[in-house]
Write a protein that binds this ligand. Sequence first.
Ligand SMILES: [Zn+2]
Ligand SMILES: [Zn+2]
Length: 374
Amino acid sequence: MREIKAATIRRKGGPFQVENLFLDEPRADEVLVRVMAAGMCHTDMVARDQLYDVPLPVVLGHEGSGMVEQIGARVKKVAVGDHVVLTYMWCGHCKACLRGDSTYCENFYPLNFGGAREDGSTSTYAAHDASGPIRDHFFGQSSFGTFALAHERNVIKVPKNVPLELLGPLGCGIQTGAGAVMNSLKVGPGSTFVAFGGGAVGLSAVMAARVAGARTIIAADIVPSRLALALELGATHTVNSRETDPVVAVREITGGGADFSLESSGRPAVLRQAIDALAACGTCGIVGAPALGTEASFDVNGVMTAGKHIIGIVEGDSKPDLFIPALVELYAQGRFPFDKLVKFYSLDQINQAAEDSEKGITIKPIIRLGACRT
Ligand SMILES: [Zn+2]
Ligand SMILES: [Zn+2]
């Protein structure tokens, strides 16, 4: 057991509270990571606000990067001192996992949002607390802490020639946007693509569409600074959806509709636009997460007669052991400059990071944990 410093959520809506806690030693199949930094993702806010049913009190954080501090007896994939990115968790034994579709693991929800390991156990304890355990293993990591216990499966080794503190968001938000374009939609050379929503996921999709050789790349959002950044990252056109009907604008720019669209805002009305903006036989990917139970509508004949596809996408269909190092390589080559989305905060500034992210001031906050004393 070791003492750590971590940010907990103790009640619906927060705030994050920085506390001294205790963390167990790794089990045989686990890896203890000295967290260097952890990105903050919209899903952390979804959990904080209890739009998803995450048990409290809990340590969130699911875009961790750090160094391997200690490994369990059976761990082969990484060694002490390796640089790693922590990603989502999957069970490895359900039908979807056996098929290779780990992002659609049948146990995805309990493993990533259940606040415990697969067997229901936790490994974090409050220093002085009679109110029961602290829930953890959020996305198999709970990385808003100076140390995190992950499973061998969701620890991804990365090269040491890139700044480690930058890489955490590759484990969720960035791989979601990039993977949606490259793995799920399979945007190809000469095609037309529109990203609805210019947050970290949408802008990662824009960068990926450029790498993939799309001819026309449109970003639609209501925040002018995000649209300006989209142009810098490879968008050929932007649409301010507050000023212009984005469906009309996309049809005009593409000459009839886009081959691919991606909805990352989590708003049903925007999803409708993302479907309506498609050309015949186009595909709309859904990555935005609204509250559980949210429904959306579309024009049935408009989808049927045009042969449109609508697909749900989790984590960009990423096979993280392959895809995260591939994104690191693209970054090192200067072709995937996701560092332009990032702003760093200290652990004590974590609530400011959340606020800046929700206001759209910061696209991708990263919380530095490396310098914290435990
Ligand atoms: Zn599974
Ligand atoms: Zn996330």
